[in-house]
Design a protein around this ligand. Structure first.
Ligand code: GLC
Length: 501
């Protein structure tokens, strides 16, 4: 059997609002992405994942969809989308789009009808609320003037669909086909574990955002993905789906990627692990033991950027660790998801003024939680200018960029062989070559304290998470290192790829 393209793919997440603004309104858009495709092809990724670009009031940055079959004018048009897909394919890049089936926007035609009392069974309406809390803070129920309550596990402007109603199934099958017909290669499924809520809406003690929660993570959800898989398999060209499944149980994750369900599921355990060889090893072992096709991710548009996470105690350690983690991730079996800007070594922006913040989490928590704006600051393309080349000159971007973005811009790093960008390009290019010769499985090697060594055929990967340098395992040559080596020693916060003897 030939290896499907997504098994080892490196997928680059584009948070559309923050990647590149061609129209000059301070917000990223599809034509902006189209112009930057050569950059992505040169970076060496295999696919792009676009966050939602559908018509939306943008209360949750587009994860509140008002119309699932169109493009918001903020981002362009359906013609722009088709042109983007065609150009991406011409550059050898696949295109994955985000699908949001747990909830719509309250501006969606169905919810507007529901407000008038029509078709409320497409959403979750009740005469009495229960104690469920919104993932964004505050109650998960909002009462209408006529006394009924509707469920929203996120913002009040994101009413949850009722997946116990077959009409919702039919609607989403049709939406999938709409985008597949336009040539998309796959879907990233938002809140994939969330669609079915516990029967009877019991009060709960544990309000966690995890898959095996008493609120969601219900077994019926798997039937949805079996239906979707049939649709995907009906199209030529290995169309795929990856689920956003938050869980602390790898066995639960595995249920989403059974042969007749999703192709992949995000593996957030890697992203949640601390900087520790034992934590990394546990995550890797658990993942490889439970899922047929692994995925790995260090950052995305919902979490603090990993450079900053790894530098909590020592900010200077953030970037070296981020590069070492990347090299390790790219050596693991399976597919890797990158988040825009990590190839520049962007940190989380922690000092966004309150008046500039946009994330509903900030508002719903009444400012007690900062929200996710800090990882969504627009990409700096150039070292100077009002938006660092994100927007046309003179235009202010939708979130302010900090001054450190000048030195981290693409322009500042381009041509500098020591830059983070150059390191990412080298790592991705070497990985492509290596994949032609190495097996899928990894084997652990004996590792000194603080370090992890593993091998896949001719590749050895070594990472040192400890405080002291460690001796490199036997090898014939050094393929790539995330930082300077000291002779035969691997310094702390460094990873290396070696050619095996
Ligand atoms: C997912 C998205 C996140 C969004 C939420 C609600 O977790 O990644 O950005 O806010 O779903 O749609």
């Amino acid at each position: 059997m030939s290896i499907p393209w997504w098994r080892d793919a490196v997928v680059y997440e584009i948070y559309v609002r923050s990647f590149a603004d061609a129209s000059g309104d301070g917000v990223g858009d599809l034509p902006g992405i189209r112009r930057r495709l050569p950059y992505l092809a040169e970076l060496g990724v295999d696919a792009i994942w676009l966050t939602p670009f559908y018509p939306s009031p943008m209360n949750d940055g587009g994860y509140d969809v008002a119309d699932y079959r169109d493009v918001d004018p903020l981002f362009g048009s359906l013609d722009d989308f088709s042109a983007l897909v065609a150009d991406a394919h011409a550059h050898g890049l696949r295109v994955i789009v985000d699908i949001v089936p747990n909830h719509s926007s309250s501006d969606h035609a169905w919810f507007q009808e529901a407000l008038r009392g029509v078709g409320r069974d497409r959403y979750v309406f009740r005469d009495e609320p229960n104690n469920w809390q919104s993932t964004f803070s505050g109650p998960a129920w909002t009462q209408l003037d006529d006394g009924q309550w509707y469920l929203h596990l996120f913002a009040p402007s994101q009413p949850d669909f009722n997946w116990r109603n077959p009409v919702v199934h039919e609607e989403f099958l049709s939406i999938l086909k709409f985008w597949l017909d336009l040539g998309v290669d796959g879907f990233r499924i938002d809140v994939a574990m969330g669609l079915y809520k516990a029967e009877g809406f019991p009060d709960v003690e544990d309000q966690s955002f995890m898959s095996v929660s008493p609120i969601w993570g219900q077994a019926e959800v798997h039937e949805v993905y079996r239906e979707w898989r049939k649709v995907l398999d009906g199209y030529p060209g290995e169309r795929m789906a990856v689920g956003e499944v938050w869980t602390d149980d790898p066995a639960d994750l595995a249920r989403y990627v059974r042969p007749d369900e999703l192709h992949q599921s995000f593996n957030f355990a890697w992203l949640q692990a601390p900087w520790s060889p034992t934590a990394f090893r546990t995550v890797i072992d658990d993942t490889l033991a439970t899922v047929p096709f692994a995925t790995w991710v260090l950052s995305n548009h919902d979490v603090v950027r990993h450079r900053t996470r790894y530098g909590t105690e020592d900010p200077g350690a953030g970037l070296p660790r981020a590069k070492a983690a990347l090299l390790t991730m790219l050596a693991l079996p399976g597919s890797a998801y990158l988040y825009q800007g990590e190839e520049l070594g962007l940190p989380e922006v922690t000092d966004i003024p309150d008046e500039d913040r946009q994330d509903p989490i900030f508002f719903q928590s009444k400012g007690t939680l900062p929200g996710r704006d800090g990882c969504r600051v627009p990409i700096p393309w150039s070292a100077t200018g009002a938006s660092h080349g994100f927007s046309p000159e003179g235009v202010k971007p939708w979130l302010p960029q900090p001054s450190v973005f000048a030195d981290l811009s693409v322009e500042a790093q381009e041509g500098d062989e020591e830059s983070t960008l150059a390191f990412y390009r080298r790592a991705l290019a070497r990985r492509r070559d290596l994949l032609k010769e190495i097996p899928y499985n990894l084997e652990w090697l004996d590792s000194p304290e603080g370090a992890l060594f593993f091998t896949r055929g001719s590749l050895i990967c070594a990472i040192n998470c400890g405080l002291e340098p460690v001796r490199l395992p036997p090898h014939t040559s050094v393929t790539l290192a995330s930082g300077p080596l000291k002779g035969d020693l691997l310094p702390p916060d460094t990873a290396v790829w070696l050619h095996a003897e």
